[in-house]
Design a protein around this ligand. Sequence first.
Ligand code: R5P
Length: 314
Amino acid sequence: MTGSQAASVVFAGSANHALAAGVAQELGVPLGACTIDRFPDGEVAIRIDVSVRGRDVFVVQPTSPPVNDHLVELLAFADACRRADARRITALVPYFGYARADKRQGVRAPVTARAVADMMQAVGIGRVVTVDAHTPQIEGFFHIPIDDLSAALPLCAALGAQLTDDAVIVSPDLGAARRAADYGARLGRPAAVCVKRRTGAASVEVTQVIGEVRGRRCIIVDDMITTGATVAECARALRAQGALEGLTVAATHGVFSPGALARMRAAGVGEVVVTDSIAASPERMPLVTRVSIAPLLAAVVRHLAESDCSPVIS
Ligand code: R5P
């Protein structure tokens, strides 16, 4: 460990302890000692059990479900570090909850992603590291540096092992077409696009498939799977266009609300590859393979610690 890294400390929030432990292991450091609990009324109780005075603090805390609990925990954690004289606080938030609330959905609606950005900055967070944040424009809600990493490298490495000559990379909607083209270029495969229309919080309609999928093995690439409705409807549309059975899905964030996997399986999905940005649920998920982004996050921590470039707390 270098001198600048020794002046750093990595903490795990409660959202994804295994990922934080993986980052610490990659860096060859122990996780910072802290106690995270709940008061009887559900409020977050945090205690940092090691000195952070003058140190660079990295907190690993995806704001995954329960989103509000994990968000408040991150805010409380940063506030505790700021009050304990930390030099800088970097929040590693591989899954950024509320990223989809990046614009007003009708009159008298909030832009919650902006409110989250304001809260993070108010408690002294000086840099945020995300992975495939739903929309790049949320960077504009912050006046601190944001690093939005791509999970393409670990996901493509996982897909590469099973890639066949007849594979085609499919975007589930027009908005993500660039991501599918990028994966296609990395994997040396053509890309296709589904045209999707959201009809409700857990329902979508696919009206068109652009590109050649007949007789091909489709690999759907998306940033997140929540209800599984997007993937399921795309899978149905692709099969209706003659795609081969047993589709594969690669997504950065496996949110998996109840029923998501069953919904995708019923639509003919054979395998789902996700990263570990969100902690694995204790229930068995036979369809799901996880690849770790711990090396990716550790590389960023190492770089930031050595380059000494993030804003310090004023
Ligand atoms: C939509 O724009 C996103 O990229 C995902 O396709 C969507 O959020 C997935 O949600 P669900 O699994 O609920 O369809």
